[in-house]
Design a protein around this ligand. Structure first.
Ligand code: NAP
Length: 302
């Protein structure tokens, strides 16, 4: 049996449109309603036939839903939930896909008192955004972390888990606070570092911009993929998961200073030991199917 029959997706960008495509492919009898604040996105979603209906307002989109998923930047979640609060059916389950969980859960509970809320985060994405960037297989074999608060009914958590499993994801459950610390190191800090390196390189005076671009295959270009990610989404992530990111940044800065010292004092063994450990991390990621084993991310040469 399908976990839900009528699903509403609010925000039809990369993640929202990927959910729509994936639901269409894997649960074709589900009735899909979509909404986006941007009229151009609504028109594109209509043209791509992402959903059965595209609603003009968030309230109209949720009116007969049994699952409502918010797929907007984390800073917009609370206001969006407040906008449809009066139209939400009592038996509907509300979920979201935000990259930070504790603050989003708090905002959703505040905007929707008494509603059944089961937040989730599919750990899958690309550096692209918008309705045309989505694809049906985005969640296949990726993790989706469900972060219910202790008061969430067991049955509702099970249905949200089943929904993501149907989309091909592997599902893990953890507390919102633990999620935010794990993602601070695995996702948020890497983005911050990529934004910094690309920013520093573009500010350099001794090395020209054209040289940075010309010789980027030396490593720089791999950071530029991450640093091309959506500015609104990532501004909101850093402002929302502030405490966990600052904690991980502190640890990172200390480790960076230690490396700086190792280079200054010619401690080759220290560098060699660290680089050996980090190589093993890459091997584990490939072994667990979280990335392709092909060298250089599978780029073709020659
Ligand atoms: P996206 O492609 O930029 O799509 C977001 C869409 O939501 C945009 O069309 C945006 O319209 C619309 N929107 C903004 N505020 C709205 C509102 N109040 N009501 C209705 N629609 C609204 O972003 P995304 O990558 O899909 O990210 C969506 C969420 O997924 C974020 O919370 C993000 O943290 C999370 N997430 C992202 C990734 C990733 O890799 N991208 C992975 C996992 C989770 P405008 O363009 O007009 O603002």
């Amino acid at each position: 049996m399908l976990p839900f029959a009528r699903v509403s997706i609010l925000g039809l960008g990369l993640i929202g449109s990927s959910i729509a495509r994936s639901v269409r492919a894997r649960m074709p009898t589900v009735r899909l309603t979509g909404h986006d604040a941007d009229p151009d996105v609504r028109a594109t979603a209509d043209r791509l036939q992402l959903c059965d209906d595209i609603a003009e307002s968030a309230g109209a989109a949720v009116i007969d839903a049994d699952l409502v998923i918010l797929c907007v930047p984390v800073g917009a979640m609370g206001a969006l939930a407040a906008a449809f609060a009066d139209d939400l059916p009592a038996e509907a389950i509300v979920s979201d896909v935000g990259s930070c969980k504790a603050e989003v859960a708090r905002a959703l509970h505040e905007a929707l008192p008494g509603a059944v809320i089961v937040p989730a985060h599919p750990v899958a994405g690309t550096e692209r955004s918008g309705p045309e960037a989505g694809f049906a297989s985005l969640f296949q074999g990726r993790w989706c972390i469900v972060t219910p608060t202790p008061d969430a009914p067991e049955g509702a958590v099970e249905r949200v888990r089943a929904f993501w499993e149907r989309l091909g994801a592997e599902v893990e459950t953890m507390t919102p606070e633990h999620h935010d610390r794990v993602l601070a190191i695995t996702s948020h800090l890497p983005h911050l570092i990529a934004y910094t390196i690309v920013g520093t390189a573009s500010d350099l005076e001794a090395v020209t911009q054209s040289e940075v671009i010309k010789y980027s295959a030396g490593g720089f270009r791999d950071f530029t993929r991450i640093a091309a990610s959506d500015p609104t989404m990532w501004r909101d992530v850093f402002l929302t998961n502030r405490e966990a990111v600052l904690e991980m940044l502190q640890r990172f800065s200390e480790d960076l200073s230690q490396l700086q010292r190792a280079i200054r004092w010619g401690k080759g063994d220290e560098l060699f030991d660290l680089f050996t450990r980090t190589r093993a991390v890459r091997r584990s990621i490939v072994e667990q199917g979280q990335d392709d084993a092909a060298p250089d991310f599978g780029r073709t040469h020659g």
